[in-house]
Design a protein around this ligand. Structure first.
Ligand SMILES: O=C(O)[C@H](O)[C@@H](O)[C@@H](O)C(=O)NO
Ligand SMILES: [Mg+2]
Length: 382
């Protein structure tokens, strides 16, 4: 049970996802990027693994913080280990981020599951073994035949419904797209999708994240006419009072916060302030599965649903172990990409979706990621 080692393996993986100057993903030519696998090992050889960007687990962070907290400790003491790392953040000169807490916490949960031969959601306390997914479409672009016009979104939405999705979320156009942001164009894309899929498919929007209150109000009012389920992150989430104002002025549910710092503590303040109608959490956003569960339970105590941000196994296990969440966010999707091709370092998908739109939680131990260790070793760079 005692942690004896923390190891980072950095390897090359091929992807067609490219980030723009605002960090949003778009399709492009296949290229190689570096990925890191964090491994936490115990005295009896049990291991837990989790994946992240190499800079999140760079040597300074691992040697100065992670190893100092973990080595010599009982790996089952996830709550104390998480609290110890979280308390060190304040004095870390902003070097110990929520992303690092998240990857360490996920590897500890994976270790617990693998050592006991149980899926993580069953260790937490399973609620379901499958969940409806919404297709989370990439931000708009200026690619011919991509997501460059409202009808492109409509056509793509039709293919997603044929694939089995019962919910679709649009990320509309944002800078650096030359003419974005544009509320009217956002509403045209949403109208084209509603027209294309009909009244029974659930629709949501994740809009430009820095609209003014009046722009966000105009967008929300337009979405109410299109019977959208929710509006997400249309303004800077650092202004909680703006979201309180928007929620007071709109009927369509407001979902948030996704990107605001402060983990479950700040999300408690959003609920107390009435700044959202549906809360939001995400394993990477709040620092792990441990705080994501705290957020889910906090929302449940207020009778509030909490939607989980992001795909991958870590978020799927949170959704599978909680009741007050309707969807799994499967994405990001684009007409030029085949999401079901997965990752070259995983042998099978962590979030397989059937033709009825249900994602099934793999019945594999830990987070259930079917890791291709040979691929990682053969493509390892350090
Ligand atoms: O680039 C972003 O803002 C996020 O990756 C976004 O596209 C997506 O993850 C999201 O916000 N989902 O709700
Ligand atoms: Mg979002």
């Amino acid at each position: 049970m005692i942690i004896t080692d923390v190891e980072v393996r950095v390897f090359r993986t091929t992807t067609r996802r490219h980030s723009d100057s605002a960090g949003h993903a778009h399709p492009g030519p296949a290229h190689q990027v570096e990925q890191a696998m964090l491994t936490i090992r115990t005295e009896n050889g049990d291991e837990g693994h989790s994946f992240t960007a190499p800079e999140i687990v760079r040597p300074h962070v691992i040697e100065k913080f992670v190893k100092k907290v973990l080595i010599g400790q009982d790996h089952r003491d996830r709550e104390r280990l998480w609290q110890d790392l979280a308390h060190w953040q304040r004095g870390s000169a902003a070097q110990l981020t929520d992303r690092t807490l998240a990857v360490v916490d996920c590897a500890l949960w994976d270790l617990a599951g693998r050592s006991l031969g149980q899926p993580v959601y069953k260790l937490i306390g399973g609620y379901r073994d499958k969940v409806l997914a919404y297709g989370s479409i990439m931000c708009g672009d200026e690619l011919e035949g991509g997501l460059a016009a409202p009808d492109d979104y409509g056509r793509f939405a039709e293919t997603l419904v044929k694939r089995g999705y019962r919910g679709i979320k649009l990320h509309t156009w944002m800078p650096p797209v030359s003419w974005a942001p544009d509320v009217k164009m956002d509403l045209k894309a949403c109208a084209a999708v509603r027209e294309a899929v009909g009244p029974d498919i659930h629709l949501m929007i994740d809009a430009f994240h820095w609209y003014s209150r009046t722009d966000a109000l105009a967008l929300g009012r337009g979405l109410e006419k299109l019977d959208f389920d929710w509006i997400e992150e249309p303004m800077d989430e650092q202004s909680m009072s703006s979201y309180k104002w928007l929620a007071d002025n709109l009927d369509i549910p407001i979902v948030g916060p996704e990107s605001a710092a402060g983990k479950h503590w700040h999300r408690a303040e959003w609920l107390k302030a009435g700044a959202c109608d549906i809360l939001r959490t995400g394993v990477n956003d709040v620092g792990g599965i441990t705080p994501a569960l705290k957020t889910m339970h906090l929302a449940e105590a207020f009778g509030v649903e909490c939607e989980v941000h992001g795909n991958t196994a870590m978020n799927l296990h949170v959704v599978a172990a909680t009741k007050n969440c309707r969807w799994y966010e499967r994405g990001l999707l684009h007409p030029f990409l085949e999401y079901d091709d997965g990752f070259d370092y995983l042998k099978t998908l962590s979030d397989p979706m059937d033709a009825e739109g249900f994602v099934h939680v793999p019945d594999r131990a830990g987070l259930g990621e079917d890791i291709d260790f040979d691929f990682i070793e053969n493509n390892r760079v350090r």
